[in-house]
Design a protein around this ligand. Structure first.
Ligand SMILES: [Fe+2]
Length: 377
């Protein structure tokens, strides 16, 4: 069994006000490069960083599902500026891009040269990650997902030196997050926890983080969606749940839900959390024959009172469908995906690095079946 969680974590409401102090604990007067997006600048969140770090160079061009050309552009700038540290501020896209930019700062070529595991030759720059959503947990994982727009493929760039050095996790940064983003990123976190708990490589360590994450997410997601501004407990709960789900899946893996979500995201630019939410219950139905006991465990964590294992597992799937409805997650049909793309999506899902981790072996035909079932309902 191997478990790695090397990121130094600072967690707490209002923690962002200690940013300067935290950076100083890590390094004395480093030069800094901020990777973020326009939305974070416009929302005023970036101001909380800029006022403490006036000399920081800002790159704010990261888009949803970060694209290889954008990351490479930031990489060229960072090589010229030679900062000591990269600060990532935003949702998973900004944080994943920050990790990729940190790699390019110390390694030649383009980000696509580093697709796969541990392809870098020099250690990337240290990254300080500040999440502003409650889903991807990129602040504590070793992976950066970057879309190659010509191949229409989501590349995974990862390695043991790509964990952020520091995560500054402040649940108060969620206060201005619109409810649809609480919903989709929270469902991404729920998917992480469920997949981490059911994939082949789950261990007793990842189980600990996955179980507690599920507990927190089931208790807080709906409340956070309804009232993120005033419900402090829900805000803290969903941020904790998201973060530790990352420590679970970062060490076990994700499964078929993410394989489909990444395929759909690369073709249609669908928000990652929305794609996960849409396919989660249908992949669970597919996995049911081999994951029943684990789903029954999760059902107890979700507060479902059902003794029979199969009935408990099936009720959990219904509960998740219901949760998606409550959170107003779009349906598969709303995503605008043409049926004639199903085969391509199924093939891309099958080719995903995480496909072998899924608890039940899934071939192209199985993915077609999942897509067709999700489309019918
Ligand atoms: Fe995810």
């Amino acid at each position: 069994m191997r478990f790695q969680a090397p990121t130094r974590i600072y967690f707490g409401s209002g923690m962002i006000s200690r940013l300067k102090e935290i950076i100083e604990e890590f390094s004395k007067d480093p030069s800094l490069f901020l990777v973020t997006d326009r939305g974070i600048i416009d929302s005023g969140i970036a101001e909380k960083v800029l006022e403490q770090l006036p000399g920081i160079h800002v790159f704010d061009e990261i888009e949803q599902n970060p694209k290889h050309n954008t990351v490479n552009k930031a990489g060229e700038i960072v090589r010229k500026l030679k900062p000591d540290m990269v600060v990532g501020l935003g949702g998973g896209s900004a944080l994943d891009a920050a990790k990729a930019v940190a790699l390019l700062a110390t390694n030649p070529g383009s980000i696509e040269d580093y697709e796969g595991k541990g392809k870098y030759t020099s250690p990337p720059l240290p990254v300080l990650a500040i999440p502003t959503t409650c889903g991807t947990a990129s602040e504590v994982t070793w992976v950066s997902v970057v879309t190659h727009t010509e191949r229409m493929f989501k590349m995974s760039i990862k390695g043991p030196l790509m964990f952020p050095a520091v995560a500054l996790v402040d649940p108060d940064l969620l206060v201005t997050l619109p409810p649809p983003l609480i919903a989709s990123t929270g469902m991404d976190a729920l998917t992480h926890a469920i997949e981490a708990y059911t994939v082949k490589a789950a261990t007793f360590m990842t189980d600990i983080f996955a179980r507690e994450s599920l507990n927190l997410i089931f208790q807080s997601l709906e409340k956070a969606y309804r009232n993120i501004k005033d419900d402090t407990e829900a805000r803290v709960g969903i941020m904790k749940g998201s973060m530790i789900a990352g420590m679970a899946f970062g060490n076990s893996d994700v499964g078929a839900v993410h394989c489909i979500a990444e395929a759909v995201g690369s073709l249609y630019d669908t928000p990652h959390g929305v794609a996960n939410s849409v396919f989660l219950p249908y992949v669970m139905e597919f996995n049911l024959p081999v994951a029943m006991a684990r789903y029954a465990d999760i059902s107890r964590i979700a507060g479902i009172d059902e003794k029979d294992e199969e009935a408990a597992a099936k009720k959990l799937i219904q509960t998740i469908k219901e949760l998606s409805r409550i959170l107003n997650i779009p349906s598969f049909r709303d995503l605008g995906i043409e049926k004639d793309k199903f085969f391509e999506i199924a093939e891309k899902s099958f080719q995903n690095n995480s496909n072998p981790s899924n608890p039940r072996e899934a071939g192209v035909g199985d993915y077609m079946g999942i897509l067709e079932k999700a489309f019918k309902e």
